[in-house]
Design a binder for this molecule. Structure first.
Ligand code: 0X9
Ligand code: ZN
Length: 435
């Protein structure tokens, strides 16, 4: 063997065993997530005030919703635990500790991941674990290379910090009558189950199509599928390197000391109304203007251009957590629902039934502002009102408040399975009833 080849072999084998050592540097020792369960309307009213008063000091993983039996999950730093517990007791709120040691869960999950190596081929890509951004980007490239007959990839934009945001299109046989499905994951950085689930679904569609699964063949002969696995790429990278609980983008807000915009308050439809903050330090900061974020500008113009060629009829923005299908409207709970609402909810219900049939996990479908809370400048409103996709949803994945955003890896595949079933059911429902 020549000296050169010898070095090359040595280099390659070293590269193969170089394990990654991610671990966020921000630490949250002693912090807890408390779950407060409203017993009646008066409790809910109190919780809404509580959120208003503390939204700048505490991170509401799940704010007060319109669903009486759903809890409010609030992440409390160690220094405030006594004060918040006393406040809840004084006001006779029922609560329990949902996560007794947030840092403990984060540490445990990163320890489990330490020592893993990068997948060297697509065949090595493990759908049952979470992946750092580089690997997601590489997955996009590999999907297009290894399945070039039906998968293509494209660059949506470079992010604020200069990362490539890439996406795939699954398209079998050109057929003028096809319509499109649009899935985007990872708009909220810390909701790791979202990119993991959309990648699972993409792989399953391709695999099942290639093995001749008749349901999938029929679906893909009618629908092209766009999948953007990770929309908020800078935020996602930040959750691996620095702050596991980061939600927003990473753009600087020159007039404020705080970084980032809530990309899901930055969509250009009913931007800047209720349920979106004008304050840059808020986790629901709407941004300086609609589409102030480069990622959002790129994704909206890309989707608008695509729908002109081949109507995007199904649009899902994947989030966690709460197990909900959220249909328009998001921006106002009092505004009349669109005439399409009954169809949107019926189609979602077909998905809910399919989800339940797989692992008996219950999802609930409804109009977002009425069953959850108001949020203006949100994706499902733009998908419907701006893009014109009749079946436009925010999907909140697992769980309903055991681990929340820190969903363990052993739930990725089950979550993928039930949501793959939901995807097929939704695509079929629309195909059969309203194509
Ligand atoms: O608040 C959000 O952006 C979404 N929930 S999350 O916990 N993933 O952040 C929900 C947005 C859907 N719209 C309304 N709730 N109105
Ligand atoms: Zn979210």
């Amino acid at each position: 063997m020549s000296m050169m080849r010898c070095y090359l072999v040595l280099f390659l084998s070293l590269a193969a065993v170089t394990a990654y050592t991610f671990s966020p540097s921000e630490r949250h020792y002693g912090s807890q997530v408390l779950r407060i369960t409203p017993q009646n309307e008066a409790d809910l009213e109190w919780l809404r005030d509580f959120e208003r008063n503390y939204e700048n000091a505490l991170d509401f993983w799940q704010g007060p919703t319109r669903l009486l039996n759903r809890g409010v999950d609030v992440w409390v730093p160690k220094s405030m635990i006594r004060q918040i517990r006393e406040l809840l007791l004084e006001n006779e709120m029922q609560f329990n500790v949902m996560i007794p040691d947030v840092q403990g869960v984060i540490d445990e999950q990163f320890t489990k991941m330490a020592g893993r190596t990068r997948p060297s081929t697509l065949a090595d890509f493990d759908y049952s674990v979470y992946h750092p951004y580089d690997e997601i980007r590489q997955w996009v490239l590999d999907m297009a290379t290894d399945h070039r007959d039906i998968v293509s990839e494209f660059l949506v934009t470079e992010s604020y910090e200069g990362r490539e945001m890439r996406a795939i299109k699954i398209s079998v046989k050109p057929n003028a009558a096809k319509k499109s499905i649009w899935f985007e994951g990872g708009i909220h950085a810390r909701e790791w189950i979202s990119p993991a689930t959309v990648m699972y679904i993409a792989n399953q569609l391709v695999t099942d199509y290639k093995s001749g699964d008749q349901r999938v063949v029929k679906i893909l002969e009618s629908w092209d599928v766009f999948i953007v696995p990770s929309l908020n790429v800078d935020g996602y990278a930040y959750t691996w390197a620095t702050e596991r609980m980061w939600r927003k983008t990473r753009s600087l807000n020159p007039d404020f000391g705080c970084v980032g915009t809530d990309a899901n308050r930055n969509w250009p439809y009913k931007w800047g109304g209720d349920g979106a903050s004008p304050w840059a330090c808020s986790n629901t900061y709407r941004g300086e203007t609609a589409l102030s974020e480069v990622e959002m500008k790129a994704i909206t113009s890309y989707a608008l251009a695509r729908t002109k060629e081949q109507e995007i009829r199904i649009f899902i923005d994947w989030h966690s957590y709460a197990q909900l299908w959220l249909a328009p409207w998001s921006y106002d709970d009092a505004v009349e629902l669109p005439p399409e609402s009954p169809d949107q909810l019926k189609a979602a219900q077909a998905g809910v039934d399919a989800q339940f049939a797989v692992h008996a996990f219950e999802y609930i479908a409804g109009p977002s502002a009425r069953i959850l809370y108001e949020a203006s400048g949100a994706s499902n409103d733009w998908g419907f009102g701006g893009l014109g996709a009749k079946y436009s949803y925010v999907m909140e994945l697992r769980d309903t408040g055991e681990y929340g955003f820190l969903l363990p890896e052993d739930q990725i595949i089950p979550c993928g399975e039930e949501n793959y079933a939901a995807t097929l059911a939704l695509a079929e429902y629309v195909l059969d009833n309203d194509f």
